[in-house]
Write a protein that binds this ligand. Structure first.
Ligand code: HH2
Length: 285
């Protein structure tokens, strides 16, 4: 069941992911008024649905729907409000697209409502801090993304500190992944994510990306989200997230080369091309 055993197709009752070409793209769809990357462009339900459909046409393998911004300094959004934002979008997308729709939330109540509405995957930036979520994932037999974060979005960028960022993040993710397995989630349904930008300085982000092979060498598939993030702006001098597309492309290509299975991005059409080329050029180990 290990990924290294050549299991390239991951299939479950509500979805399927094919890794035989290498990496696949997850489209990030924020049904929020205040996300850092798209600042409310898809807050309107119909606009969000249209964007999700376009992402699938552009080659996204997963559409990740979130109703709460987690940008540095952001305040939590109630479960009730998140449900109001994401459920109509998930309900519509499950009928309109034939790729799995995931829900990006740390709230058990939101996951429950999203699964009822047809979500096929859970993306939890708190890596199942609420263990009831693992039970939901196991019960519904859906994949789960476990992401590392130091602190909370409100405070995480104040003064992130690690002795050994790569070792600590990896150890945390492995212990959460093992716990998820203990709670009944199958190994091939677990994706680990170092959480780029979540309680990390520029140096921390670079170290994690340069050492992504250590995560890939684990028994779990790896997801990475670098898209339009501020560390890219710090290097390129691009203030506006929408000007960070080429910077994002560099990180995506290198993640693919490093063996990452899923990249979470906003610019789906562009990054699908990057991934297709990088998948072909990847030196097979
Ligand atoms: N990054 C963001 C949100 N969710 N999930 C995972 N697994 N990994 C990530 O790196 C990740 C994530 C932040 O990006 P975005 O959703 O565009 O911004 P915001 O939180 O402001 O809505």
């Amino acid at each position: 069941m290990k990924k290294s055993d050549g299991e390239n197709i991951v299939e479950w009752p509500r979805g399927r992911l094919d890794f035989s070409a290498g990496c696949v793209v997850m489209g990030a769809l924020n049904v929020t008024p205040d996300s850092f990357s798209d600042g409310g462009q898809f807050f309107d339900t119909n606009k969000a649905i249209e964007r999700g459909v376009q992402m699938a046409l552009d080659g996204a393998a997963i559409i990740d729907v979130g109703g709460e911004s987690t940008r540095p300094g952001s305040a939590p959004v109630s479960a009730e409000e998140q449900i109001k934002r994401v459920v109509p979008v998930i309900e519509a997308l499950r009928k309109k697209v034939n790729v799995p729709v995931s829900v990006d939330t740390k709230s058990f109540e939101v996951v429950e409502a999203a699964l009822e509405a047809g979500a096929a995957m859970i993306n939890d930036i708190t890596a199942l801090s609420d263990e009831r979520m693992a039970e939901l994932a196991a019960g519904w037999q859906v994949p789960v993304v476990l992401m590392h974060m130091q602190g909370t979005p409100e405070t995480m960028q104040v003064e992130p500190k690690y002795k050994d960022v790569v070792g600590e993040v990896l150890e945390f993710l492995l212990s959460r992944a093992r716990r998820a397995e203990d709670l009944g989630v199958a190994k091939n349904m677990i994706f680990i994510d170092p959480g780029i930008g979540f309680g990390k300085t520029l140096e921390h982000n670079l170290l994690l990306l340069k050492n992504i092979d250590k995560f890939v060498a684990s028994p779990y598939r790896v997801l990475v989200g670098t898209s339009r993030k501020s560390f890219i702006g710090k290097i390129t001098g691009k203030e506006k997230p929408s000007e960070r597309i080429f910077g994002t492309a560099a990180t995506v290509a290198l993640c693919v080369a490093g063996g990452v299975s899923i990249v979470r991005v906003h610019d789906v059409a562009e990054m699908v091309d990057v991934v297709k080329i990088a998948n072909k050029l990847k030196i097979q180990s």
